[in-house]
Design a protein around this ligand. Structure first.
Ligand SMILES: N[C@@H](CCC[C@H](N)C(=O)O)C(=O)O
Length: 283
């Protein structure tokens, strides 16, 4: 079988995007792993699948698979790539579209200047709903925020737990370049407190409107940028009184911008979405 695809990225977080409206494709875990493989397949952090929605008033269904083949709830950078894709492929002529994901509806908007802003919905801040099993742990109150002390290797680290539809554990570090991302990332991702595993964010605060961020993503390893990770880090930083909206997020692969007005409000994510090439793969 031949499958047409488009290779895209958002701030270096790269995707294989597949049109499942005009192509008949059944994606298995194995197939996603093969497509995501950088040596034997095409190579990507995530595989994004564009489907028609069956829900009234919703334009598309958007499915997200990590490079390890697991289907996940949300992908912020992918949602911008999704909009660029459906617009360029003329699958819609709307500038504001409603997209169904595993974790609910998101509303990305194509701005007049070509940039894309996504209403990512309100963050979930209760640890149990992230989900995290923190029974027995003592949370550290900081204002109205809670920091959870987790044993990572031989040390105890304080984490903010945030769900943007997908789970994030965010810690503040002094220096992002020397942060133990590759060493601690897998330990955090697979920590026994996180029944669905977790994305591990390492945030360095530059000033109240600017952070540097690295994310060890669940199912993909460290990526050059993580959109939901940027949302989660900014939400955590604002709740701890360390940041003010809007916040510029410098990732290794590019810049994102996050705005959030506080609990119960939607997080707005802006950033680039770029098409790299089109191709066809024999499967
Ligand atoms: N790169 C993404 C997040 C993709 C999913 C994540 N790895 C997970 O497993 O939750 C983004 O830009 O948000």
């Amino acid at each position: 079988m031949k499958l047409k695809f488009t290779k895209m990225h958002g701030a270096g977080n790269d995707f294989v995007v597949i049109d499942a409206i005009n192509q008949n494709i059944q994606l298995s875990t194995e197939l996603c792993r093969h497509i995501g493989d950088r040596r034997f397949g095409i190579g990507a952090d995530q595989i994004l699948v564009v489907e028609a929605s069956v829900t009234p008033d919703v334009d598309f269904r958007y499915r997200i698979f990590n490079a390890d083949g697991g289907e996940v709830e949300q992908c912020g950078n992918g949602s911008r790539a999704f909009v660029r894709y459906v617009t360029d492929k003329k699958l819609t002529d709307k500038s504001c579209i409603r997209v169904e994901t595993m974790s609910g509806i998101i509303e990305p908007r194509l701005e007049a200047d070509g940039s894309i802003t996504v209403d990512m919905g309100a963050p979930v801040l209760e640890a149990a709903r992230v989900p995290a099993d923190v029974n027995g742990l003592v949370a550290t109150p900081q204002g109205d925020d809670l920091l959870w002390p987790l044993q990572i290797g031989s040390k105890t680290t304080l984490f903010s737990l945030v769900s943007m539809g997908n789970p994030h554990a965010v810690q503040v570090v002094d220096d992002i370049d020397s942060a133990p991302v590759s060493q601690d990332g897998p330990l955090i991702e697979n920590h026994r407190c996180f029944p669905k595993r977790i994305n591990a964010g390492f945030m360095q605060i530059i000033n109240r409107h600017h952070i540097r961020l690295r994310v060890f993503e669940r199912g993909a390893g460290e990526t050059l940028a993580c959109g939901t990770g940027a949302c989660a880090a900014v939400v955590a930083g604002i709740r701890r009184g360390l940041l003010d909206s809007p916040v510029r997020v410098s990732a290794r692969g590019g810049e994102l911008s996050i705005a959030w007005d506080g609990p119960g409000q939607a997080v707005m994510l802006s950033g680039p979405a770029v098409t790299v090439f089109e191709g066809e793969i024999n499967l």
